[in-house]
Design a protein. Structure first.
Length: 156
């Protein structure tokens, strides 16, 4: 009899715990810690991924400068240099969280140009990566770096 009672009590406890966990799963509330961790992950992952693209362009600069797109009449060399600045150097600043909103602007512009001009606004085909990066960098621009950043430590 006691064994059945304990089993019933344990089942009720776990059923209640699972119900509370399910309620939390569908909640729209979040804590400051979860926001800051999410922004840290978004900054580090998107910054590291875009830096990889910029580094490839940087080490192959001499090969790509003649064939890179000429955006707004700046010339292909200048356009490539601006994209390298955005992807590599702004990506690095994004990872460490320094001047986060300011460095997100060149990244948003570079990804918008890549999506619309280089990939013909093909959101679900060739421009898919550019679209994802564009949304990530625009989100970082709107939300800021979070507390786990140099900007957060110096109080910007």
């Amino acid at each position: 009899m006691v064994k059945k009672f304990l089993i019933l009590a344990i089942n009720i406890y776990f059923a209640q715990t699972n119900f509370n966990n399910m309620k939390r799963l569908f909640s729209t509330k979040y804590s400051a810690v979860s926001f800051n961790v999410a922004m840290l992950l978004l900054r580090i992952v998107s910054g590291a991924l875009i830096m990889n693209h910029g580094y490839d362009k940087l080490i192959h600069f001499s090969e790509r400068k003649a064939t890179f797109m000429n955006f707004v009449g700046l010339g292909s060399t200048s356009s490539l240099a601006l994209v390298i600045f955005a992807e590599f150097f702004c990506g690095l600043f994004l990872i460490i969280g320094l001047l986060t909103r300011a460095v997100a602007i060149p990244l948003v512009i570079a990804m918008a140009v890549a999506l619309i001009h280089a990939h013909g606004a093909d959101f679900f085909g060739q421009g898919e990566k550019a679209a994802l990066f564009l949304v990530a960098f625009f989100s970082i621009f709107l939300l800021g770096p979070g507390k786990a950043s140099i900007d957060g430590m110096i109080g910007k």
